[in-house]
Design a protein around this ligand. Structure first.
Ligand SMILES: *Cc1c(COP(=O)(O)O)cnc(C)c1O
Length: 367
């Protein structure tokens, strides 16, 4: 029998979340962001469930090829644009739309020999200070692009640094709108957080929204709000089973470093899941976990292949009992990935993306 750990990708939840996000941005088109192998879910595994998107946005050219290989003929957007000149050949061949965020990318386009006009998303740096032209240089970049025979259509984009927090999007939005004033072209500014929290403003909805994390059922602004608040469902479950049970007496310790000391008699379960499966090593004693659908806590350190859990709330638990590390238990109980991430000092994004290669993945609810 294989080791009992398994991840499950829930198609119904992906469909539900996509529809839910669309509901926040009525009459905008939706890029389903599938970078980082669909946030660890697997592009091939999520594709059918996300076909209702208007396009797929990603970074990696190899991932764009995979989406085309799945038969997708609609829009694909390279969020960081091309990395070298010959990437443009693939854009021409596969009809990829691409961000243009720096002069070097315009130079490459100007030198590119192509029969097909390119659709580009000119990116403005409105305060994130990673990619894009500053407000002052945005117009001249647009003018340069507009003069290129290689360019068929120019859309405008920017990216928010604080859509999930109290600072919000107002200042960046104002800068973008001012710089883009009377420039023609479609607009795309909103990630998940902006879509959920600020898309009541038509300028934030724009023509295209770019949700990633919300599609996968994690709240972009946790812990201010949780996934249930936004009506999102987990698209990924990480589950395993108990492979051992130990009865501790007061003074007994658990795991490496003896970091947990039992102060009373305690029944603990040993779970076939560790950091080599992608479970965060920084999740300490107290991190939530479900055993037979009942919420309990980790005790002691996460090791490479195992974690240990307190069985006090689940006295009937035994070897083979179901353990939900995050996602949905057989009973229907849900453990949001965001709670596990919070306990480990990180975000749901990182846990999903870090799901290890060795974990077998099944798809639930494929059409
Ligand atoms: C990753 C990314 C998104 C999606 O962000 P989420 O927070 O996952 O919704 C949107 N736009 C750009 C440019 C990105 O890189």
């Amino acid at each position: 029998m294989p080791r009992p750990i398994q991840a499950t990708i829930h198609h119904e939840s992906l469909r539900h979340n996509l529809a839910r996000v669309r509901g926040f941005a009525q009459d905008a088109r939706v890029w389903a962001v599938v970078k980082a192998n669909a946030y660890g879910h697997g592009i091939e595994r999520v594709f059918d469930a996300l076909r209702a998107a208007d396009g797929f946005a990603l970074l990696d050219l190899a991932e764009a090829e995979r989406v085309r290989a799945l038969g997708w003929r609609g829009p694909i957007l390279l969020l960081e644009g091309v990395f070298e000149a010959r990437d443009l050949e693939l854009c021409s061949r596969l009809g990829l739309w691409h961000a243009v965020h720096c002069d070097a990318q315009i130079d490459m386009l100007a030198a590119h020999k192509t029969q097909v006009g390119h659709r580009v998303f000119l990116k403005m740096n409105s305060g994130m200070n990673r990619l894009g032209f500053t407000a002052e240089r945005f117009r001249s970049a647009w003018t340069r692009l507009d003069a290129l025979p290689q360019v068929e259509e120019i859309s405008l984009m920017t990216h928010f640094s604080d859509a999930d927090g109290p600072k919000g999007v107002a200042a960046q939005m104002a800068l973008f709108e001012h710089a883009a004033q009377d420039l023609p072209g479609e607009r795309s500014v909103a990630n998940s957080a902006a879509t959920l929290r600020h898309a009541d403003q038509p300028a934030v909805r724009g023509d295209w929204v770019r949700p990633g994390i919300a599609v996968y059922g994690s709240a972009p602004d946790h812990p201010a709000f949780d996934a249930a608040h936004w009506g999102l469902e987990p698209a990924m479950t990480l589950a395993s089973r108990l492979i051992s049970v130990q009865d501790l007496v007061p003074g007994d310790t658990v795991g490496y470093g003896s970091s947990f000391v039992a102060d009373a008699a305690l029944r603990i379960g040993v779970v076939a899941c560790g950091y080599a499966d992608g479970y965060p090593r920084h999740a300490g004693t107290g991190t939530p976990v479900l055993v037979d659908g009942v919420r309990t806590r980790l005790v002691g350190r996460v090791s490479m292949d195992m974690v240990t859990v307190d069985l006090t709330p689940v006295p009937q638990a035994q070897i083979g009992s179901e353990v939900t590390l995050w996602g949905r238990a057989a009973s229907g109980a849900v453990l949001p990935v965001d709670l596990v991430a919070q306990a480990a000092g990180t975000v749901g994004y990182e846990l999903m993306c870090a799901l290890a290669q060795r974990v077998p993945v099944v798809v639930d609810g494929a059409a």
